[in-house]
Design a protein around this ligand. Structure first.
Ligand code: HEM
Length: 444
């Protein structure tokens, strides 16, 4: 059993109706032909956009000429109250300088240092879960937020400030559910962005709390008693080109995006992966067998081959970031079509990962596909849960370890059964379920 794809509402009337459907549920607002097309054009009086599903186009936009396809100013405007000038929204030299400081903290060689935080959060999740039916999304969000606080600031989610930030993020997302896709909303670019008062209030509450954490950390760095975690590394690493470190306000922007990008995404992936295992007991048993020998060291995590294939397959079927948007900085021709300057280019992991012409049996849950040689070559540019090229997710390595460890620990402790109704995926900030994801847990 696999949860159904949302049903498209092809040909539904006006821009306004599309905008309303889009706000409610992007996935079913889009036409079914996007699962077969290499490129599709959408034109309205306010937005001119192109869906790019051709792996060659994705390579061009993300890897070969990313400078010609920056993130759009609309996206920046949409996210500004919360994220300021964080690395997620900047472009050009400003963005490159931010990545030069951030990337070393996430380097592969340093990832083993995050293992105590990840195992601590996974064990805390298992201790919190009780037998019986659950909507697994809230505990997954809680656990992913726990990982971020432990890895960034060496504090568990139970810490008072961490708990306040987590609660404020929940309120913020309720107020502004589709922020990442703000660039696609048919909103005239000359109008100020329609942030609600509540969005601005929750954003400023979150930023105030994060500013307190950053200021506290700056003091302990000066005193010389700061823990060696991601926050300390990022705050003490100078840009190798200019020698400058992040100022405190710049660091607030970056922490806000680490928290947002790092916990919502991981939570979505974990919740869907657990659902898929609940619905596929044969794979669940294989993961449980692998999990039995797991110890908190890198060699043991690397040995979880089946669990990793399951997590990748969950990222394929339910990519937490369903779509990414770029803007054509100058006129282009793509697949013979003119793409004007300023057009919005939509790269959709959601459609690409289920593309009829790129994958065998695309809607099936088949972790075995990751060890078959033919799929390994064909998926190189058709599997982009973390994006690709210079703007790819800096947290990808951390997220893969986190996902695999969380799955192994939960499935090692509990037998999972699916709830009576398959969850319906909808695109909010990340891919979530319309009415939650019900799973029954029995201790093993
Ligand atoms: C399963 C978990 C995750 C998924 C699927 C994911 C996916 C992505 C994707 C697709 C992007 C590119 C978005 C775009 O270009 O529009 C991105 C960017 C980013 N992610 Fe992740 N992410 C995950 C976890 C994390 C974690 C754990 C962190 C940090 C702790 C993180 C930090 C970031 C940041 C800072 C960016 C912006 C990079 C830039 O624009 O240069 N992500 N992520």
């Amino acid at each position: 059993m696999i949860p159904p794809r949302p049903q498209p509402t092809e040909g539904r009337g006006s821009v306004l109706r599309f905008a309303r459907a889009f706000r409610r549920d992007l996935l079913s607002a889009l036409p079914d032909r996007l699962y077969r097309a290499w490129m599709a054009e959408f034109r309205s009086p306010l937005v001119h956009s192109f869906f790019c599903n051709d792996p060659a186009l994705i390579r061009l936009i993300l890897k070969d000429r990313p400078g010609d396809f920056p993130k759009s100013n609309r996206l920046r405007a949409g996210l500004a109250p919360l994220l300021g000038n964080s690395v997620f929204v900047t472009n050009g030299p400003e963005w490159a300088a931010e990545r030069r400081i951030i990337d070393p903290a996430f380097e592969g060689g340093r990832l083993h240092e995050t293992l105590p935080a990840i195992f601590g959060a996974a064990d805390a999740l298992v201790a919190r879960l009780k037998p019986g039916f659950h909507d697994i999304e809230p505990p997954a969000s809680h656990a992913a937020a726990d990982v971020i606080f432990r890895t960034l600031f060496s504090m568990p989610i139970e810490h008072e400030t961490a708990a306040q930030v987590f609660a404020a993020f929940r309120a913020h997302q309720d107020a502004q559910p589709v922020v990442n896709l703000a660039a696609l909303l048919p909103w005239p670019r000359w109008l100020p962005h329609p942030h609600s008062r509540r969005t601005r209030q929750t954003a400023s509450l979150i930023r105030g709390l994060i500013a307190g954490l950053v200021a506290g950390r700056m003091q302990s760095i000066r005193r010389g008693d700061a823990p060696d975690d991601l926050a300390t590394r990022i705050m003490t690493t100078p840009d190798p080109q200019t020698g400058r470190c992040f100022s405190e306000p710049q660091m607030v922007d970056q922490v806000a995006i680490f928290f947002l990008a790092g916990h919502e995404t991981s939570a979505s992936a974990l919740a869907w992966a657990l659902w898929l295992l609940a619905a596929h007991p044969e794979w669940q048993d294989a993961v449980a067998a692998e999990a039995a020998g797991l110890t908190p060291d890198m060699a043991s995590v690397n040995a979880l081959r089946i669990t990793r294939a399951v997590f990748r397959e969950a990222l394929r079927l339910y990519p937490p970031v369903p779509m990414m948007v770029r803007q054509a900085a100058c006129p282009q021709t793509m697949r013979g079509r003119p793409v004007p300057q300023g057009a919005q280019l939509v790269l959709s992991p959601w459609h690409l990962h289920r593309h009829r012409r790129l994958w065998d049996d695309p809607d099936s849950f088949d972790p075995g596909r990751w060890s078959r040689p033919e799929s390994r070559s064909s998926i190189r540019d058709a599997f982009i849960p973390f994006s690709a090229g210079e703007r790819a997710c800096p947290g990808a390595g951390l997220a893969m370890i986190e996902g695999v460890v969380m799955l192994a620990r939960v499935v090692g402790a509990f037998r999972l059964r699916p709830g009576p109704v398959p969850p319906i995926p909808v695109a909010r900030l990340t891919v979530r379920a319309q009415d939650g994801i019900a799973i029954h847990l029995t201790p093993r």
